[in-house]
Design a protein around this ligand. Sequence first.
Ligand code: FES
Length: 480
Amino acid sequence: MEFFLNNKTVIYNGDPELPLLSYLRENCGIVSSKDGCAPQAACGSCTVQLNEKAVLACVIPMKKVAAGRVTTIEGLGEYRQQVYANAFVNSGGVQCGFCIPGFVMQANALIGRNPDPSRTEIAKALTPNLCRCTGYKKIVDAISCAANAIRAEEEIRPRETSGYIGTAHLKYDAQSLVLGKHQFTDDIRMDGMRYGALKFSDHPRARVIRIDIAAAREAPGVLCVLTAADVPGKRFVGLIRQDWPHMIAEGEVTRYIGDVLAGAVAETEQMAREAVEQIRVEYEVLPTITDPQDAMQPGRPMVHPGTDSNVLSRSRTGRGDVAAAEATSAYISRGTYRTQCIEHGYMEPECAIAYPSQNGLDILSQGQGVYEDRKQIASLMGWPEERVRVIMVPNGGGFGGKEDLSVQGHAALMAHMLQMPVKVRLNRAESINMHPKRHPVRMDYSVGCDANGKLTFVRAKFIGDTGAYASVGMKVLERC
Ligand code: FES
């Protein structure tokens, strides 16, 4: 079949069901269209234009592209690229930037059919596109500004800033974010790079009787399959308490569905994922432990075998004479309140690339703390930290959800085993299953006041749910 890609004729004879997003990113190296949730069509980060329409490239099969015109940011031409880049940067309409190329393409389609869109019309057109960090007001400002300039056939110049402390400056390197030129970790390609995929637990709490990797090893394109036995150093990681097995071993009990049991490396990501499907695991399914109140009762099973309590930590703070204030308060209100578990919802799922270095390993990480990553990866490898270099790749959002080690250690193990560059990335479902969430907290409050309504005392008890692993749970409760 034939179609136009950024005004050039393209002949395509491959799989007609291949998503357009995969074609753009993997076959053409056009990475301005981002993979935030493929194939869920939920985030809009992959938006491109097919003919005049904005479409989500992750759910458009190549057969639908036949004879059509596909336009990505690269095909907008210099004038429009500059208009959008400066409109977004001047308006403060870009932060991490992962989502913004999708917004630009959605805006371009809108302006094509309606050169003078109202703010309401812009907001409506943006329905398929999600942004986690910027907030939509400034994005609407930016698109409105771009539409005005395009209608008047005018340029938009970068806003001038004084450079003085206390004044607003343009965000560093933000034009490249708007135009999709910034390379997030998954956008980076390396010669000879192979791809890893992970086998996650099928049950939140189960004893792993046996992990059978024989079929996965024989799967097409597979270079290696690894399990807990392949970790040369300390298998347990963690920012404060090292209670988190980077892979669960046979005989151990899983603690959540984000636990990793094995991994496979193959020539392509699809091959690695297909190999992981071949891994057979025999479990003894156990009852789950999900309620902190219940988990603290005597006789409950331990989330972490070998410990004698499900309580991670206790913090206590106080000042003044609360009992006296309570005794003399005119009114007292008592109540129990709850916050819920919250997914961070960053647009960029986790990804890491590891490759052999002269000294050991280099790791490209989109985590939130390269030195913590380094410490934990060195421990996994059983190496001094000097042998590990972690290079931060500015990420597509983190919000605290990328503090813990996710796939960086798996990529490091795989790259070391093969002495080749290996990329491991999670899809959206895996990302949501794997990374810790903001802690739900139960809060029992007593608050008193005098006859005039002036507060006299507060007594509060918080019980936080840190989930399967410690992570930074104790610090979060201290902040409560
Ligand atoms: Fe939109 Fe970060 S700028 S998700």
